[in-house]
Write a protein that binds this ligand. Sequence first.
Ligand code: URA
Length: 423
Amino acid sequence: FSAVEVIRTKRDGGVLSDGQIDWVVDAYTRGQVADEQMSALAMAILLRGMSPAEIARWTAAMIASGERLDLSGVRRPTVDKHSTGGVGDKITLPLTPLVAACGAAVPQLSGRGLGHTGGTLDKLESIPGWRAALTNDEFIGQLQETGAVICAAGDHLAPADRKLYALRDVTGTVEAIPLIASSIMSKKIAEGTGALVLDVKVGSGAFMKSTDDARELARTMVDLGTAHGVRTVALLTEMSTPLGLAVGNAVEVTESVEVLAGGGPADVVRLTLALAREMLDAAGLPDVDPEPALRDGRAMDAWRAMVRAQGGDPDAPLPVAAETELVRADRDGYVAAVDAYGIGVAAWRLGAGRARKEDAVSPGAGVLLHKRPGDRVRAGEVLYELRADAPSRIPAARTAAEVAVTIADAAPVAPPLVIERIG
Ligand code: URA
């Protein structure tokens, strides 16, 4: 095979053979296909698309680029959740211990944030002492002991994806459904989970802005999981408004702990329970109701055990940013919209996110909403607060947030949180 031939085949709208796919993914992982050649191929795939058979083969080749974990020794049924990413999406934090408290084991390999969407590991790293890196033995041991692990994926899991994702990020080729689906599913299948629930976000704060695109991505991923023996379902969920009231790192941990204590914002609780029910069903525990575990302390106990097992102190005070600016309503009315993308950008500019992979995030920075769409507001009332380590971070964040939050005379119609189920 030659890289140029493979690129030409896709550039001209052809179908890649199994042999071409296996060869190019393997040769790229080993450094024998150059970054510029893989960039050209990724762009051809973005423009020309891939057939279901090509996507399946591409995913299998990415899995085969590294190791596949064997979780068959874990006594409980394993089930994971993956979100395609959003603003204020801290659901993994309460959901993982909740599902563990209900009898399943949750092997959650998570990532860091890039751009305006937050990363689960960045949020958890605001807990003093907590560490994201575990060896495979530690990962499986903790899964066995506590039923809940949230940690970084090891270097040996789908290394082809690690390389390709970094390349796509800088070549405008992230937004290709075949590449997104194979990227996500190769990691989840290699992780060894028995079942998987996908939370595919739709709206301004998500990768997929339209329900049609989100549905196609969800269907592609569900088919890939099923073909590899992983029981997979997807929920399409609303992401034009941030989830909950907190957007950042430590502030999202605090909100998650409120949910685990039986409180927290209604939308976060509802989505956590909807995903928990899907996960328990997929794990073969359809009769377990997760709701009591949030009220009676079992989910909180599982959270504390999970945090401690990774060196964290669940009782330690979380970092607080030095600067706070309160932004007030300039008129009476109803909050008409709180745009997820704009709030995500504001949190990012405050320091909660990173501009380059190697940047550090500020644990205390972020946006705290005081009002949500539909809330009545009077002139002078606080709409939201901006938190940052340095005052210089505030003005640019304020500009993004001011456009995102609008007030009108009438309350808006609330869209449904769960739009569709694809199973
Ligand atoms: N998340 C991933 O892991 N891969 C993608 O391609 C997009 C989002």
